[in-house]
Design a protein around this ligand. Structure first.
Ligand SMILES: *Cc1c(COP(=O)(O)O)cnc(C)c1O
Length: 351
């Protein structure tokens, strides 16, 4: 067994709604607002698409997900040779780490960001520099200062999970200008469809100037397909060709591909999800206690508190399962009913 695996533990999903109901003696419905899923689910067109392909389950999918690749290529206006699909971004992050990192290499990222960059680098016995945040935001200057000759990957998350904050187009461009061009900078935009800020990066445009800028996107969040496991990376053709060699041949399921195709087609539905989320998000930021929140461009809000477990339990008592962190609680924006309940909790909670 690789020695470094002993430093890690398996992913802890937290207690299930059933287990939580039992241990807290809660009656009535519990809503899972801990993983930033879209409670409204995918476009209704997805259901039709899946039904239409239910008689093909005995067949392997086409390797490389060519149908959705072609659709994304058109949608983003990038050549299909620059796109690679994974069973969710989790697998994309794993594939990139596996392909690139050897023991003693270094990755640079931030503290308080998506845990899989660290996890996969550690599996490959690479060292991880986690640069402290500034007010819940990536410190791009600090990250730049950590890049050295051993650095093989830089991981950015924009907007960031779990803080919800973002950096602007100008900031990213200025950053990329100074990163050595042989160091890949991977920008995880899992929540991009929820963004309403106008100065958010046009990362695809920046890729024309910076061929070391790689972009991650997923169908798991705003598209409502977390259960289908499909996400992708847009990168330089040469990198995609190498990573494709280590991709498991049938990594994305048949139904996942058809589901993603239908979801992508229904941009009207996606826009309604974005608008609705923005309206509900604004309700949280009208609160007097919102100075405890990091500003959010996502479908979640991070609340700073020294009593995260008390706040977590207070949310649980109104039927909302949230995610506890050492110094805060992250709540996924749910249906208006749950949001209103969480807002009531926040108004009365003794921080
Ligand atoms: C949820 C999430 C992912 C993983 O998404 P999948 O496509 O479901 O594997 C990746 N990055 C960030 C920042 C996320 O929040």
């Amino acid at each position: 067994m690789k020695k470094q695996i002993e430093q890690l533990s398996a992913y802890e999903p937290g207690l299930s709604p059933r287990a939580l109901k039992e241990s807290y003696g809660i009656e009535g419905e519990l809503y899972k607002l801990a993983s930033n899923e879209n409670l409204y689910g995918p476009s209704p067109k997805v259901n039709e698409a899946i039904q239409a392909h239910l008689d093909e389950l005995q067949f392997y999918p086409e390797t490389g997900s060519p149908l959705i690749k072609e659709a994304i290529s058109k949608h983003l206006n990038v050549d299909a040779s620059r796109i690679l699909f994974g069973a969710g971004l989790d697998e994309v992050i794993l594939m990139i780490s596996r392909a690139v990192l050897t023991p003693g290499d270094k990755i640079v990222t931030s503290e308080m960001t998506f845990g899989q960059y660290y996890h996969n680098a550690t599996v490959e016995a690479a060292n991880v520099a986690q640069v402290p945040m500034q007010n819940g935001c990536f410190d791009l200057e600090g990250i730049l200062a950590e890049i050295d000759d051993d650095t093989k990957l830089v991981w950015l998350c924009n907007p960031n999970n779990p803080t919800g904050t973002y950096f602007t187009h100008e900031e990213l461009q200025h950053f990329l200008t100074r990163v050595p061009s042989h160091v890949p900078v991977i920008i995880d935009e899992a929540y991009v469809e929820f963004v309403t800020a106008e100065d958010f990066p046009d990362t695809l445009a920046l890729q024309e100037q910076f061929t070391n800028a790689f972009l991650l996107r997923t169908f798991s969040k705003a598209y409502g397909l977390a259960g289908m496991r499909i996400g992708y990376v847009v990168a330089a053709k040469e990198a995609i060709e190498k990573w494709n060699i280590i991709r498991p041949p049938f990594n994305v399921g048949r139904l996942s591909e058809y589901a993603a195709l239908a979801a992508l087609e229904d941009q009207k539905y996606l826009a309604s999800i974005r608008e609705h989320n923005a309206q509900e998000r604004a309700k949280f930021f009208e609160l007097a206690v919102s100075d405890r929140f990091y500003p959010s461009q996502t479908n979640f809000v991070y609340i700073n508190t020294d009593k995260p477990h008390d706040l977590y339990e207070a949310f649980l008592n109104v039927g909302c399962i949230t995610r506890e962190f050492p110094k805060g609680v992250r709540v996924t924006i749910g249906f208006p009913e749950q949001n209103d309940k969480m807002i009531e909790v926040l108004k009365s909670f003794e921080f």
